[in-house]
Design a protein around this ligand. Sequence first.
Ligand code: ITT
Length: 193
Amino acid sequence: NTFVLATHNLHKIEEFNAILGSLVPGITVIGYDGPEPIEDGVSFAENALIKARAAAAHTGLPSLSDDSGICVDVLGGAPGIFSARWAGSAKDNAANVQLLLDQLSDVREEDRGAHFQCTIAVVNPVTNEEYVVEGKWPGRIAREVHGANGFGYDPVFIPEGYEVTAAILDPDEKNQLSHRSRALRALADRLSS
Ligand code: ITT
């Protein structure tokens, strides 16, 4: 019941461990710092599979990956798979968030809808099994950054049913609601069936 988690994003590892611990007793997720493959897929699922296949090939162990991002309605689903590098090739989170706020500066309240998406790929090199599961978290984009918890676009994402950003929520609350927790619940169902 040991899986390699193919990510270089420490926030994802933290959230995986916090969520999975209670969901799938006995599962162990270990980090993987092998070479980063080129993510040239055109969808979350393709990129998630690229990362999990690379880790599986490198380690010979069952591997997981997380490809995620924020999809903004009025931008036709962008930044989407480009969320980590929205403002340029460096993964500069403050610049990414600022660019998104600037792009939406003239957009009215009712048109600021968005969702987070998380796609998790599972690649088992022993059984040759591969699949993806996904989770979405609906909400809208705030007018300015608020809050210090979480990571990425959390300071500008107001979850549906809330008036504060995901970065104001405490980590436990985010982990009950988030796209990542929804995808991990789908994974837990799959693993137990
Ligand atoms: P790995 O590829 O190494 O896993 P990464 O951060 O580059 O790390 P992605 O290509 O999947 O991963 O980009 C995901 C980006 O989407 C991430 O950098 C954030 O900007 C955003 N994102 C994903 N999940 C998020 C969350 O729960 N809260 C806020 N932002 C999130």
